[in-house]
Every structure is written in C-alpha cells, then in structure tokens.
Design a protein around this ligand. Structure first.
Ligand code: PMP
Length: 453
C-alpha cells in the first residue's frame, strides 16, 4: 500500500466533510477508503471492512468494483459525454424506456443529479400546476414527521427531521406536516393502526382545506427517520384519501428505489399507484451521479401548451442532467440486477437479516423492535422494553463504533430526531450472501454484549 499520509494531511487541511463535527475530526486521522470489491472495502492502511450500509448511505446496490459499469461509462464518454437541454442522448432515451417498463402507469422521466433535486422538481411541478390549472389553489405540499427529502431549502421545508432544518430557515410557505406511522410508537390506541395513521393525513387536509393541498410526499419505508415500515392498511387508505381530494401522490424512492426492498420500487410492495416517483442513490449505485423524477402522462400533459407561451412549459433545467455517464451507468446497473437475480436475492437475504435480528432479541433486551423490507432493516434500541424509552444515543453510537473496530460497517439513524436516534441500520448491497448477513449480525451481537452487557 502506498504512503497515504500526504492524502490524509490534505483531507484534514482542506476537505469540509458532510455531516461532520470538525472540532472532533481534528483530533483523529480520518479514515480514507482506497478500494472496494463486492461488499468489501479497504482503507489506506490496508485494513479490510465488510460494508453493511452500501457506501455509508444505502447507495452501492450492486456492490463495489463493477468493471462492466466502468466500461459502459467509458464507452459512452468517449462517444459523447454530454448534451443538455432540449436535445436527447442515446443512453438518456434508452434508460428512460427501460425504467418506464418497470413502472406501469408512469411514462415520463426527468433527469437531474441528486435526490434533493429530483424532489425539488416535483415541488416546482406541483406549484406550476396550481398556477396553471387550479387558479392558484392546490399549491400546498404535505410531508410526514420523521421523513426526509433533501438538503435544499425547498426540500428542507419538508423535513420531518427537525435537527436537519432548524438553523436554515425561514422556509417558504405552503409545506405542512402530517404525523408519522410508526406502530411501535403508537400515537393512537386502536386496532387498525395503519388506517388510523392515514386518517391523520385526512384530518390535516380538512384543516388546511382540500382546495389548498396539491400533493403529499412520502417515503415508502422511512429511511434515516428510523427504518419505519408502514403498518397494514396504511398505503391503501393513503391512496384513497389522495383520490378523494384530488391530491397528487409523490413517493420519494431516493433510498428504496431500484431494488433495495426486493422489488424495483418500494411502492410496489404496497400496491399503490403514485403520480410522482423520485429516485437517486441506487439508480447507478454511486458509479455516476444521476437522479430521476418520474411521472404520469396525465401530469406531463398539464405542461403542454401553445409554443408561443413562454410560461406554458416546465421552466426548469439541470445542467448535469445532460451527462450521459448517468444513464449509461444506470442501464448497466439495471442489467446486472436482472441478470444476477438480485431482486429475489434481496428478498431472501432481507428475510435472513430480520430472522437473525429477531433471534438477537431473545438475547438482548435492549432490542425493542425489529423492522425492515428487503435489504433495508433496522433494530430499535430501548433502555426499557416496557416503557420503550429510547436507548442513550451515545450507547447506540458505541455499538456502531464497536462493529467498526471489528471491521464491520453498520449504521444508526442520523442525529436528526431529538431523543429518537436509537435505531441500528443494516442496508448491505443486494449481492449479499448468507455468510455476509451472518457476519453482520454476529458483529452486532458481540457489540451489544460489550456495550450493554
Ligand atoms: N430523500 C431521501 C429519502 C433520502 O434519504 C435522501 C438522502 N439521504 C434524499 C432524499 C436526498 O438525496 P441527496 O442527498 O442525493 O440530495
């Protein structure tokens, strides 16, 4: 291994890291990863890690070191690297067609570069529809407590995770919060919890006035907010409510999209038909920056008008939405998932993660709840099973650190929901084997014993 100390020095001197408290960071030598293959990573010291979170934030769905994706990108780049705006590109057109084949009922793909941007496009579309088709009404967008949709001011206005948003206001008007649906932390003492949680959305619509509400944005399975799987009956009721009040349903698949839950999209687990779907992370597994905003012909038609009207179309562009590396990588990423049967593998391995975590519940009373869909699973840690008091955040972080010391990378819900940053997360690549899964949960077992006794 080369001496990487100059790299580490440059990193410490000049890189402002994401989500990092640099006061703390100055005291340590940052870890620099230099190589990845499959589920494994190597750092600058040559140490090997098993990655249980697909690149830190649930992104590298098909694993590291995929030469065929690198080849597809290279072949495309030397032919044509870029063209943006009104003209098309070959991979852009091909990937849109392949994607739409996986999404019955949806027909149009709008390219940009990040999850935040893909979501922001929807908010702009909804507001423009309000101007053009609802006489300025139906411009509000509902979002859910504990969900997250991005880092821009618009998407932060829909952050259900307070600590991410608190210091960046004031925010634009028209974004209204609805309650979350985590059954483990019941807000209503009823039998049909899913329907009740969805009815809470209807209550907000009625309070705001149905004529003012244009759309609702929801994660199919809430990711960073605690790996929250929806309770039985929730989605059916949400869909009914949207139909009843003519509210567009926007599903944020930035995390769940492209295989993570065992179907191409998370919403397909729950039999719903969205009006907008946004996706980013898994689209090209982090080999290129690409995000997509996908919608229906009905929505698309609302933006068609007389060619001479300068306001009659979606007045938006994303400069790097014209990079051909994104759709070229995404096409190959999709081929890999199909040819290697990774959706079925995700379902099978996801069941194994849940079975292993449930078995750990018998041994570790600190595990209060286990939940997940496909290879997107969480274990909520509690100080007391009876009261469900969340485990101390520092102890949760100590479990993550213990796993890291064992050479295993796991995650925990980000520090964004005061008092509720207590869920361990596992989201390994869709190529995981039974041995990989067992290694991840064995590491957690050891860590829980050492941290909690
Ligand atoms: N939506 C969800 C559900 C996310 O988890 C994220 C990122 N973690 C985003 C949107 C924002 O994506 P990006 O960081 O690519 O802007």
């Amino acid at each position: 291994m080369n001496d990487l100390s100059p790299v580490i020095a440059a990193d410490k001197a000049h890189v402002w890291h994401h989500l990092s408290q640099h006061k703390q960071y100055e005291q340590i030598d940052p870890r620099v990863f230099v190589e990845g293959k499959g589920m494994r990573l190597w750092d600058a010291t040559g140490r090997e890690f098993l990655d249980g979170v697909s690149g830190g934030v649930w992104t590298v769905n098909v694993g590291y070191g995929r030469e065929t994706i690198a080849d597809a990108i290279r072949d495309q780049l030397v032919k044509l690297n870029y063209y943006a705006g009104a003209a098309g590109t070959v991979p852009g057109a091909k990937f849109a067609q392949r994607l739409i084949e996986k999404m019955p009922g949806l027909t149009r793909v709008y390219y940009s570069n990040s999850g935040s941007e893909a979501n922001e496009k929807v908010y702009k579309m909804v507001r423009q529809i309000a101007h053009r088709h609802h006489g300025g009404n139906k411009w509000k967008i509902l979002y859910r407590d504990r969900d997250y949709h991005g880092t821009t001011i618009g998407t932060l206005a829909t952050s259900g995770q307070d600590q991410r948003a608190l210091q960046y206001g004031p925010y634009p008007d028209g974004f209204v919060r609805v309650p979350h649906c985590l059954e483990y932390r019941k807000q209503w003492d009823v039998e049909n919890y899913g329907e009740r949680a969805a009815d809470a959305i209807e209550e907000v619509i009625l309070r705001e006035g149905p004529d003012t509400v244009g759309a609702i944005v929801l994660e199919p399975v809430t990711a960073g907010g605690g790996v929250i799987t929806p309770p039985e009956g929730y989605w059916q009721r949400v869909q009914e409510i949207c139909k009843k009040y003519n509210i567009l349903l926007h599903i944020d698949e930035v995390v769940c999209g492209v295989g993570r839950t065992g179907t191409w999209f998370g919403y397909q687990q729950y039999g719903i038909q969205p009006d907008f779907v946004t996706m980013a992370k898994g689209v090209a597994s982090g080999y290129a920056a690409i995000s997509c905003t996908v919608t229906t012909e009905r929505v698309f038609e609302m933006f068609k008008d007389d060619a001479s009207d300068p306001m009659g179309f979606f007045r938006d562009i994303s400069t790097f939405g014209g990079c051909t590396s994104g759709p070229a990588a995404a096409l190959e990423n999709m081929r890999i998932i199909e040819d290697e049967g990774l959706l079925d593998n995700t379902t099978r391995m996801g069941e194994r993660v849940l079975a292993n975590l449930n078995a750990l519940m018998d041994k570790h009373r600190v595990i209060g709840d286990v939940r997940g869909k496909g290879l997107f699973c969480g274990a909520e840690l509690v100080a007391d099973r009876a009261t469900k008091e969340p485990a101390d955040e520092k102890m949760v972080q100590a479990v993550v650190a213990d796993c890291l010391a064992q050479g295993v990378i796991i995650g925990a819900t980000n520090r964004s929901i005061p008092g509720h940053n207590n869920t361990l997360c596992l989201s390994p690549a869709l190529i995981s084997t039974a041995d990989d899964i067992d290694a991840l949960t064995t590491a957690i077992d050891g860590a829980l014993t050492r941290v909690f006794g």
